[in-house]
Design a protein around this ligand. Structure first.
Ligand code: GDP
Ligand code: IMO
Ligand code: MG
Length: 432
């Protein structure tokens, strides 16, 4: 068996949580492989909306093993809160949730460091979620960090104190006052560590590889998006992990040749939270309409998301670096209200030439998007589950994208609920 990977092709918040939840019944294992509580994955069913930050989105389906992999940075305080919020659903989390001992721990001082670094950057701040992600990955790579497995060590408190003393010295250097908040956070942290000890803390690479060897199906759930990848995103306005398909290999301990399908999730337009280049961003009334119609406010921080038209050069880049095998288009319903819908097909560079490629540094190089316009379908998609019942204008939009991207769009999402989905998985694709 192979591991299928599901990930975001834009700047995050594409709707990964919804689709993991939809596809979960096909899998026996669902595993997060990177990121941490900077993620906010929304699932909606039976009239209830759930937002998950660190727990894999397979958690609501019984009989699925959910794994928090070694590539994740885990905040025990958020972990405890998430589990407590799930208590009313009677899920068997002790049996169904597995946490890699090799996952890195986010300490309270990591979040403070995040804030100190951001403050020191002034206008050029990244717009981090301030969940301590960057500083925790920094300590991992510097070989200073604590890992989940350390909580089982009798020397945990000692190891913790050593690292926190080093963090305090950095915070002092940045004149960042931590005295008011740290004592309470530390109390919460140690309570959460105690809480975490009751869960299955495991060598999850064995669980995943044993599952594959036993013929079980595994889905790797990405967080963030490809354009936030530490290597290929719009550096430095990125997150600190490998958000692309390759990250599933290092973040779970599976060989690259074990990767099967790669589901690339994208919105029918673009959004971005935080700072950094966004070529198709709409700073006008149209952008505001998209934000309101799509309820584009962050699931983790509540910040308004920047909005713009779909960007094909960026999407093609994300498809290339991830080896996407099928596409899933989200939030198509948000475009119902637009008479004209645009897609950016190229960038015009400063010298007037056109390109389909992302320049080395979008921060420094001004690109002007070149658009193709489509007539909107201007009707509700509610209740449509069959592609044959889709308005002609939307069919033209989908067909154009499939030709440009050279991949099938197998699902089209038309609303936040589990049920609001058009499946096109039948082998005969559009026009065939
Ligand atoms: P994720 O981080 O990729 O899991 O995405 P988020 O949960 O942060 O953001 C996606 C938002 O869009 C959530 O509020 C979802 O409930 C919502 N959503 C998902 N699919 C659709 C859709 O097809 N249409 C609409 N209108 N909303 C959707
Ligand atoms: P999901 O998994 C959207 C953005 C932040 C900021 C940058 C760095 O829900 O799609 P960090 O906290 O990692 O230091 O922030 O990355 N960011 C996200 N944007 N969705 C996310 O996750 C994000 N996680 C981080 O807004 O610009
Ligand atoms: Mg999100």
């Amino acid at each position: 068996m192979k591991v299928d990977v599901l990930l975001g092709l834009q700047w995050g918040d594409e709707g990964k949580g919804k689709i993991v939840d939809v596809l979960a019944p096909r899998y026996q294992v669902v595993a997060r492989f990177q990121g941490g509580p900077n993620a906010g994955h929304t699932l909606e069913f039976d009239g209830i909306k759930h937002v998950l930050h660190q727990i894999p989105s397979g958690i609501f389906r019984s009989d699925i093993q959910n794994i928090i992999g070694n590539g994740v940075v885990l905040d025990p305080i958020v972990f405890k809160r998430e589990i407590e919020n799930l208590a009313k659903y009677n899920l068997d989390l002790i049996s169904n949730l597995f946490v890699s001992k090799k996952a890195s721990l986010i300490l309270p001082t990591h979040s403070l460091l995040d804030a100190a670094y951001e403050r020191s950057k002034g206008d050029s701040k990244i717009g981090s979620t301030l969940r301590g992600i960057g500083p925790a990955y920094q300590d991992k790579v510097a070989r200073l960090g604590l890992r989940v497995g350390d909580v089982l060590s009798p020397r945990f408190a000692e190891k913790y104190q050593k690292l926190v003393d080093a963090h305090k010295a950095i915070l002092d250097y940045y004149s960042f006052d931590y005295s008011a908040v740290l004592p309470q956070s530390e109390e919460n942290f140690f309570a959460a560590i105690e809480f975490m000890r009751q869960f299955k803390l495991v060598n999850s690479e064995y669980i995943v590889n044993d599952a594959l060897a036993a013929g079980k199906t595994v889905l790797a759930e990405g967080a963030q998006g490809s354009l936030l990848d530490i290597d290929f995103g719009s550096y430095p306005f990125v997150t600190s992990s490998t958000t692309m398909t390759a990250g599933a290999s290092t973040g779970l301990g599976i060989a690259p040749r074990q990767i099967g399908e790669v589901f690339g999730i994208f919105k029918a337009y673009c959004t971005r939270v935080g700072s950094g280049p966004f070529p198709t961003e709409l700073m006008d009334e149209t952008g505001e309409k998209m934000r309101q119609e799509g309820r584009e406010f962050g699931a983790t921080t509540g910040r308004p998301r920047r909005c713009g038209w779909l960007d094909l050069p960026a999407l093609k880049y994300a498809i290339m670096i991830n080896g996407v095998t099928q596409l899933i288009m989200m939030k198509v319903d948000v475009l119902n209200i637009f008479d004209t819908i645009k897609i950016c097909t190229h960038y015009r560079l400063a010298d007037g030439s056109l390109t389909e490629q992302l320049p080395y540094d979008l921060c420094d190089e001004a690109v002007e998007p070149v658009y193709t316009e489509f007539k909107g379908w201007s009707q509700s998609l509610e209740g449509i589950h069959d592609f044959d019942a889709v308005p002609q204008e939307l069919i033209a939009y989908v067909k154009f994208l499939e030709e440009e991207l050279k991949l099938p769009i197998t699902f089209i999402s038309t609303g936040p609920d589990r049920q609001e989905l058009i499946s096109r998985e039948a082998p005969a694709l559009l026009g065939a």
